[in-house]
Design a protein around this ligand. Structure first.
Ligand SMILES: Cc1ncc(COP(=O)(O)O)c(C=O)c1O
Length: 384
C-alpha cells in the first residue's frame, strides 16, 4: 500500500483507489456483486453481511473518495439527491436550515417540497452576504448548506467565513463540492463539517453513472450518516460504485482541461457583443473572484452567460452549437449546453429562486480547446 499522507492530489487519486487485489494481484478492483455473505456462525459475520449495509466495491469507493476529500469517513449513495436527503435527515422537525437561494433546483425542491412539508423550517438566502446569514439566523438554526461555486450562477461563498459564523452559533456546515471537486477545493480543510457530491458529475466524469457521496471527519456525524445510509437504504449498486471509482482516478487530469477550456471560453464570451454578462469566478470582474482565488486552486469547468437577446437568443445558442450537446448534467468529458430555466432548474421556475430565461449554462468538456471555442463563436456569431 502506497503511503499517501505526503503525496500530491494526482498520486492520491490513483493510489487512493486501493492496492492490487491481495488474492489475485489484479490491479483493478473486482466488482463484488454478492448481496449476502456467509457467516462463520450465527450472528458472526466476517467483514460483510448484507450489501445494503456494506459491500466491498462500495467500501473501496468510499475509502477512495474520502482520501480525496481528506476525510476520515465516506458514504456512497444512489444519487446526489439521495445523499442530500440523508443529510437533511440529520436535523429534526422544527429545526431550521439555511440554504443558498441559488442552489441546484433539485436541492431547493427536496428541502422545500419534501423536508419542509415534514416539518423542517427552511429559508433560502444569499449566502455570499454574511449580514444576510446573520439576519436570517434563528434560535433553531442547526444547519447551513453551502454550494460553491453554485449551479448555475457560479456564485462563490466564503467557506471559512460562513463556517466560523455557523460554528460560533452551534450549527453544522454542509458544502456541496460538486462543481469544484476535491481536485480544486477541499471544504473540510476550510472548516466545513460535511462535504456532499453528486458523483454523477466530475467524480464519475463520463456521463454513465448516477451517484452521490458524503464525507466527514466528525465521528459522531459519521455514525448518524452511516445509520441513515443503511436505515433508509439509498445505496448505489456495485457496478455504479466501480464506475465512479474508476472515474475518480483521472479526476485531476480532466480538471486541468476543464479549467483551461472554461477560462478560454469565459474570455471569448466576455468580449462577444451577443453576451450581456459572463458568470465565471476566474474573471477578475466576478464578485467572488478574490474568495475563489483563495479557496480554490483553479476556477472550475462551468461557465454561465446571459444573452443580450434575452430568452430567444438563449434558446437559439442552445440550438446552434455542434460540439456542445444540448443536455442536462455536467462535469463529463463531453461539452454540454443547457437552458436552466427550462431544463435543470425548471422545478424552481415561477418561484423566488427561479433562474432567468436569458441564462445559458456551459459544462466545458475535455475536447480540444480550439474546437470548443470555434463552436461557441459560430453559435454566437450566427445570432440574428
Ligand atoms: C450542485 C449539485 N448538487 C446536487 C445535484 C444532485 O445530484 P444527482 O443528480 O446525482 O441526484 C446536482 C445535480 O445536477 C448538482 O448540480
Amino acid at each position: 500500500m502506497v503511503q499517501l499522507d505526503d503525496k500530491g492530489f494526482g498520486t492520491r487519486a490513483v493510489h487512493g483507489a486501493g492496492p492490487p487485489d491481495p488474492v489475485t494481484g489484479a490491479v483493478v478492483l473486482p466488482i463484488s456483486l454478492a448481496t449476502t455473505f456467509e457467516q462463520e456462525a450465527v450472528g458472526k459475520p466476517l467483514a460483510y453481511e448484507y450489501s445494503r449495509s456494506g459491500n466491498p466495491t462500495r467500501t473501496a469507493l468510499e475509502t477512495h473518495l474520502a482520501v480525496l476529500e481528506g476525510a476520515s469517513h465516506g458514504f456512497a449513495f444512489a444519487s446526489g439527491l439521495a445523499a442530500e436527503d440523508a443529510l437533511l435527515r440529520l436535523v429534526a422537525n422544527g429545526d431550521h436550515v439555511l440554504l443558498p437561494d441559488d442552489a441546484y433546483g433539485g436541492t431547493i425542491r427536496l428541502a422545500l417540497q419534501v423536508h419542509a412539508l415534514a416539518g423542517l423550517a427552511v429559508d433560502t438566502i444569499d449566502l455570499t452576504d454574511l449580514d444576510a446569514v446573520v439576519g436570517a439566523w434563528q434560535p433553531g438554526t442547526r444547519m447551513v448548506w453551502v454550494e460553491t461555486p453554485s449551479n448555475p450562477w457560479l456564485r462563490i461563498v466564503d467557506i471559512e467565513a460562513v463556517g466560523a459564523l455557523a460554528h460560533a452559533r452551534g450549527a453544522v456546515v454542509v458544502v456541496d463540492n460538486t462543481f469544484a471537486t476535491p481536485a480544486l477545493q477541499r471544504p473540510l480543510a476550510l472548516g466545513a463539517d460535511i462535504v456532499i457530491h453528486s458523483t454523477t458529475k466530475y467524480l464519475g466524469g463520463h456521463s454513465d453513472v448516477v451517484g452521490g457521496f458524503v464525507a466527514t471527519s466528525d465521528d459522531e456525524l459519521a455514525e448518524r450518516i452511516g445509520f441513515l445510509q443503511n436505515a433508509a437504504g439509498a445505496v448505489p449498486g456495485p457496478l455504479d460504485c466501480y464506475l465512479v471509482h474508476r472515474g475518480a482516478k483521472t479526476l485531476q487530469l480532466r480538471m486541468v482541461r476543464h479549467c483551461e477550456s472554461a477560462a478560454a471560453a469565459a474570455e471569448l464570451l466576455d468580449a462577444h457583443p451577443a453576451v450581456a454578462q459572463v458568470l465565471y469566478p476566474g474573471l477578475p470582474s466576478h464578485p467572488g473572484h478574490a474568495v475563489a482565488a483563495r479557496q480554490m486552486s483553479d476556477f472550475g469547468g462551468m461557465v454561465s452567460m446571459q444573452l443580450t437577446g434575452g430568452e430567444a437568443a438563449a434558446l437559439e445558442v442552445c440550438r446552434r452549437t455542434e460540439i456542445f450537446t444540448l443536455a442536462e448534467s455536467l462535469g463529463a468529458v463531453e461539452s454540454l449546453i443547457e437552458h436552466p430555466a427550462r431544463m435543470t432548474h425548471a422545478s424552481v421556475t415561477g418561484t423566488g429562486n427561479e433562474v432567468p430565461a436569458d441564462l445559458v449554462r456551459l459544462s466545458m468538456g475535455i475536447e480540444d480547446v480550439a474546437d470548443v471555442l470555434a463552436d461557441l463563436a459560430q453559435a454566437l456569431d450566427g445570432l440574428a
